[in-house]
Design a protein around this ligand. Structure first.
Ligand SMILES: Cc1cc2nc3c(=O)[nH]c(=O)nc-3n(C[C@H](O)[C@H](O)[C@H](O)COP(=O)(O)OP(=O)(O)OC[C@H]3O[C@@H](n4cnc5c(N)ncnc54)[C@H](O)[C@@H]3O)c2cc1C
Length: 398
């Protein structure tokens, strides 16, 4: 077992750290650099994206022949962690959700023609994308089998009707991946499709206001009213919708973990100078045992999360779905993120609660981590199912 990073991956990591420090973190510090939804202003983003491309740090997760850097999942982990040392980081490198997960799944399962038409423009940064699965109750949420949006075959075309919501980025996306019901079959009842924002037959009902900062394009509620999708824009086979979702979500959940680990580290970093200098009751804060326990606990949980993430990454790279490993990483890292930021706010005192530091931005953002891509409870349900069927072999080595 070797925990050392390959030199070429460490080189990417070091260069990303330097890029984020020099170009991205300074942008966070002026309120005028934010758009009306608390994200980075578009003109500044485009400038940083050009700089990342020129620095050879663009689309790490994509094959070199498509303009990416060809990193495997284990290679992405330390790099994504460095990107999210800044709250604006990942999107500057084309490694933010949902484009990141959409690119990875299209690269894995798309036909050559589908990759040219739908994937390449996302890699190039020419268009943004969305993944549309979740529906208002009583439709698909934690349980995709409740899906109500239908795609009905008419000749060589699928006609889509239904409603989705919380679709990240939909307000700006051009390319959409859609999961819809194509039959009543229990396991093979869903199929996956691609559509373009310019096609008629769908509309955004509203951009749902949320607690935290928003991805570009927001989180939208969408109505499908006779959207026509040619059969050539179907992903994999009819009935493979759940499989497409699993393939997408497996890696997407893990790249969330990589980015969230970077954010949790940054939250702690925001406290370090303060606790080392600020005095209370005759001692520096860092010299109080109570403070040491808070910091030690947070540092330890972050390390646990990144080890789980790396283990799942290695397993995904081996061709395994890594369902247990991804679920464990997702629960631990999302909950660690929330707790680490909470600890950081506590230790910064009143200023931690202000907009003088990025901590309050992170805190509002972090709450979604325990819900998106499967709540902690549903991942624990999956883990308990594995435990009940595998017994003590639940814990195994590769
Ligand atoms: C900011 C944000 C962005 C999102 N982006 C997207 C996107 O781009 N595309 C998309 O398709 N969806 C997106 N979603 C939706 C997200 O994936 C769903 O919210 C999530 O899958 C949960 O579904 P739900 O909201 O319907 O919750 P429900 O299914 O109604 O569940 C509610 C709660 O019930 C509990 N629960 C559910 N099942 C169990 C169980 N088996 N055991 C114990 N407790 C359980 C959990 O606490 C859960 O949080 C986004 C959501 C948010 C908040």
């Amino acid at each position: 077992m070797d925990f050392a990073l390959p030199p070429e991956i460490d080189d990417y990591r070091i260069r990303i750290r330097a890029f984020v420090k020099k170009h991205v973190i300074p942008v966070e510090t002026h309120q005028g650099n934010y758009d009306e939804h608390d994200n980075i202003r578009h003109d500044l983003l485009e400038d940083l994206r050009t700089k990342a491309k020129n620095a050879g740090l663009w689309a790490l997760q994509m094959p070199k022949e498509f303009g990416g850097q060809g990193l495997n999942v284990a290679g992405m982990a330390p790099c994504y962690e460095e990107m999210n040392r800044s709250i604006f980081g990942p999107v500057c490198f084309n490694s933010a959700a949902p484009d990141d997960g959409n690119m990875i799944v299209l690269n894995k399962i798309g036909t050559k023609a589908q990759k040219e038409r739908w994937l390449q423009p996302i890699i190039d940064g020419e268009v943004r994308s969305s993944f549309a699965m979740t529906e208002p109750a009583p439709g698909s949420g934690s349980d995709p089998s409740a899906m109500l949006t239908t795609a009905e075959k008419k000749g060589n075309t699928w006609v889509v009707n239904g409603r989705k919501w919380f679709i990240t980025g939909a307000g700006e996306a051009q390319h959409f991946i859609l999961i819809a019901r194509t039959s009543d079959h229990t396991r093979k009842g869903l199929s996956a499709f691609l559509f373009d924002a310019d096609q008629p037959g769908w509309e955004i009902l509203r951009r749902i206001p949320i607690m935290g900062p928003e991805e570009h394009g927001g989180h939208c509620e969408i109505l499908f009213n006779g959207l026509e999708i040619p059969d050539e824009n179907r992903l994999m086979d009819v009935g493979d919708g759940l499989k497409v979702a699993q393939i997408r979500l497996g890696t997407a959940r893990l790249t969330h973990c990589m980015r969230w680990t970077g954010m949790a580290k940054r939250a702690l970093e925001e406290t370090l100078d303060y606790v080392a200098e600020r005095k209370a009751f005759g001692e520096k804060l860092a010299d109080h045992e109570g403070v040491q326990w808070l910091l030690g606990e947070a540092a330890m949980q972050i390390e646990i999360g990144r080890l789980l993430t790396m283990r799942a990454a290695v397993k995904l790279d081996s061709g395994d779905f890594a369902r247990k490993e991804v679920s464990m990483a997702k629960v631990v890292v999302s909950e660690t993120l929330h707790k680490a930021i909470d600890t950081a706010i506590q230790l910064r005192g009143a200023r931690g609660y202000s907009k003088d530091t990025p901590l309050e931005w992170m805190y509002r953002y972090a709450r979604q981590a325990r819900l998106v891509d499967g709540s902690s409870e549903t991942h624990k349900m999956v883990l308990s199912r594995y435990l009940l069927s595998e017994g003590i072999d639940f814990w195994s080595w590769d």
